[in-house]
Design a binder for this molecule. Sequence first.
Ligand code: ATP
Length: 514
Amino acid sequence: MSKGSEEIFKKVISHAKEYGFVFQSSEIYDGLSSVYDYGQNGVLLKNNIKNYWWRSMVQLNDNVVGIDSAIFMHPDVWRASGHIDAFNDPLIDNKDSKKRYRADVLVEEYAEKLLQKADKEVRKAALRFGDSFDAELYRETNSRVVDYLKRADSALSRFSLALNSDDLKAARQVIIDEKITCPVSGSSNWTEIRQFNLMFGTKIGSVAEGATDLFLRPETAQGIFVNFLNVFKSGRMKIPFGIAQIGKAFRNEIVARQFIFRMREFEQMEMQFFIMPGSEIKWFEHWKASRLNWHKSLGFDHENYRYHNHENLAHYANAAVDIEYKFPFGFKELEGIHSRTDFDLKQHSKYSGKKLQVFNPDKNENFTPSVIETSIGLDRMFLSILSECLEEETLEDETSRVVLRLPHALAPNQAAILPLMKKDGLPEYSKKIYDELKINFQLMFDSKDAIGKRYRRQDAIGTPLCITIDHETLNDDTVTIRDRDSMGQKRVKVADLYSIIKDLTSIERLLKKL
Ligand code: ATP
């Protein structure tokens, strides 16, 4: 991470804590590594993100329904899904720094650096050659650029080939051959690579002898697969259709740094779309485009999103793409779209002995549907939004303010009600407005400190509107309404407040853009 990006990331983390968005779990006991709690503003923002996802997925798609399955599942689920055998990360230690890494991440970051070097060469050449510059041709012919691209490609493909064939020695050799060093010690004194299973184990039952070993689910998807027939029958569904779910997942991550980007307990928003075999590519492309559009509808810089095709396909997938977001520490996976074939349903049929098939009347036969999955980490989405929206703005009078430019519909509070002074009946009048509007909106009431200070507090937590009640209000039932982004103020009637807030902050506005 460059110094500048590190600074930005540190600011995001400290802002999240200072303003009640995210706290370290069990902080008074010195914290629990890579586990976080959401504070009073964080939980509101998180719920709004969930709402945006849920409503766009379940409410706007006629053929998608939602469920909420249990975290505990029968242990055979994880045998059938392949998690017991294959939900591993390749782990490697640097003997000098004693730091532990995911070997695949080391290689990916190495390749990413080479790609960035190639891009830099192309940008430099573009400046040198001006309008006549052909970037594509330059990529194909400039020896330095070609070399960077080749090295990146070779490292990634050698590594993924080695991992796919379970050859950990060959995988380690890629790290040695490419002279990949530890970012802390700078040395390439590496241990062997070992596979490490990421599932947390626990037990159900009161006596040790009778207890059954269980796992905390590492993804929400399996709860959907095992309920496939239940939903299909009880909802009278027709292929194609989808089942969506939001819920907690648990992974004993090896390297759990980077704040809420990689946690040991996190939340996923997943949707499994069941389709006719043979239509995988059509639906894969559909959901790939649809999900990117969902992100872009938030109105953030489109340059901060990109697709990344998987080199190393999971055991169940025949096509996979990530939507990556440019976090302060670089482009990283935010969401995955996977074509999972009929793997999951067939595996669960095999292990449970229950037929998970549907009838095709055209062909007069039963078949196992294929699945396209969209899977997004809620916490990563939260982090991408905080990183995108946090801004230190220099104002015209050379002072500065910290403002969280959240999409209006996602802001923890839609408006703040601020009596200008704590006397002359202003607080009482303000409270009346507050009580009337709080039925429809999440509001803040703040009467402490000078008004300027209160505006800044609301800017910092992203409140789109500040409503100030002053002496004029008592005479003519008007208030000042201040816009977070422009800081512009205007006088409006109290009677119009409901429609003004609704117009600006309702989630329908976001949904209409989809
Ligand atoms: P990574 O390669 O970063 O470990 P993954 O490919 O294992 O991620 P998936 O299994 O595809 O991730 O999970 C789907 C989504 O769940 C990811 O796109 C990510 O947003 C989120 N996610 C996965 N692991 C974590 C984690 N440890 N903490 C927070 N979010 C996570």
